[in-house]
Ligand binder design. Sequence first.
Ligand code: SF4
Ligand code: SF4
Length: 477
Amino acid sequence: MFFADSDTPVPHGTLEVGEEPEKQPFARMRVIRRDKWTEKILVEALITAAKLPGESPQLPPVEALFYTWGDFPLIDRDISMNLWKLHYKFDAEYSFSDGYPVGLAPEILSVLIPEKLMPLAVNRDNPVARDSLFEIIRQDINAFDVETQLSPVDLRMDRVSISTDTRRNVNIAEQLFAAGGVDAESLCRVIPDNRLLLRNLPAFFPIQITDYCPQACSYCPFPKFSGDPRDGRNYMPLDVFEDLCRRIIDFAGDAVIGLSLWGEPAAHPEIGKLIRAALAAGSRVLIETSGIGWNRTLLEELAGEKETDRIMWIVSLDASDPELYRTLRGEGQVEAEETARHLTKLFGSNCWLQAVRMKENEEHLEEFYKKWNAEGAQVIIQKYDSYASYLPERQPADLSPLQRFPCWHLKRDMPVLIDGSVPVCRDDLGRRDVSGNVFKENIEKVWAAGNELHVKHVSGEFPGPCADCDEYYCFNF
Ligand code: SF4
Ligand code: SF4
């Protein structure tokens, strides 16, 4: 089985579906091509694959589907074999491994399952992700016979991906390989002993493009450290931003560029050009917004452009009750909700409506969820952040892991303020540790300045703001 997009050359020895196998050197691999892959299209392709005939009239049809990715260089023979034995012995419908780095084991599906997945995938027009199959099944997991092979060491929190999809992952995989991590068994030993290697190139660049906000939200540290954001008057010039985006991609290879660090992106007078500049540089773009101040025509134009799949939207709403909204965020709910509906319509699975979970809105979150769910919108509930005790604790519950581990943001995030300065961490609002200034220095050098704190985290020390911070376990990009 080989899934490919329309630009992928068919490898030697593969067959298009329907082609006769007789002249091929091996006939195990068959190709299903699609111009575009979404999760729904993936399930349709699996349905097709499950019905493929055997390789000769004497052989039975396909017995099971092994699903994996072409950019996983270290698919492990032993896990694959054990998983297959488990799958076969218990006549499972879906078998997967858990706790290993991504990329070491296939997922195995019974040929009976793809048809059953279609009702769960029918509205999933989002692009295929590494965990798409699991996420589709998870919607109704009790309806399926599932078998799991667990890793001897739980490495989920390290989120290592042994893949060749990004410069970052290639570097990490090669360094782990050089340290002796050549298969699943050795990687389970090598990764815990070499966590220093897991900080490689940054992946997420939240950038402050303006210091203006139309709201001064009650749970946001921005008003506290910089005064009323409704008085902000500064904007990052377009040419400065363009140059920064180019340098980011040159350095990191790929990136998610966020346009919402301490400011409302809609307020930037050239926001459309900024979004297009980040896309043109080759990045994905994350826009977190209050939903206030957007030009409808611009949103419609962006939704119609070729790169629209690389724009992600989060609209911060926090409450559906007008009184509560006003308490948390101030004025503007009607406009914010209209924008939320408009963005949902235009950007579909790339748009989320967010509520930060706090003591104040805890009881209202179900109502919030139901309201937007009924309108077909995607809802995310975000953890409250006290910014290392800079703000009062307002979390209704402490969900942090029992055992602390190195911070995800320290490994992956590089925040850039409007003057080009880079705090080691966005949560360090006292800015005790500034890594440098990307308008004056080389990005690589500025990023490397964060290694020192990472070394401390790996050795179990959490100094300064980190001591009071529980954001370390929250994953973004
Ligand atoms: S809109 Fe965002 S950045 Fe602005 S005050 Fe509210 S939470 Fe803070
Ligand atoms: S632990 Fe908190 S303060 Fe420390 S680097 Fe991570 S997010 Fe920043």
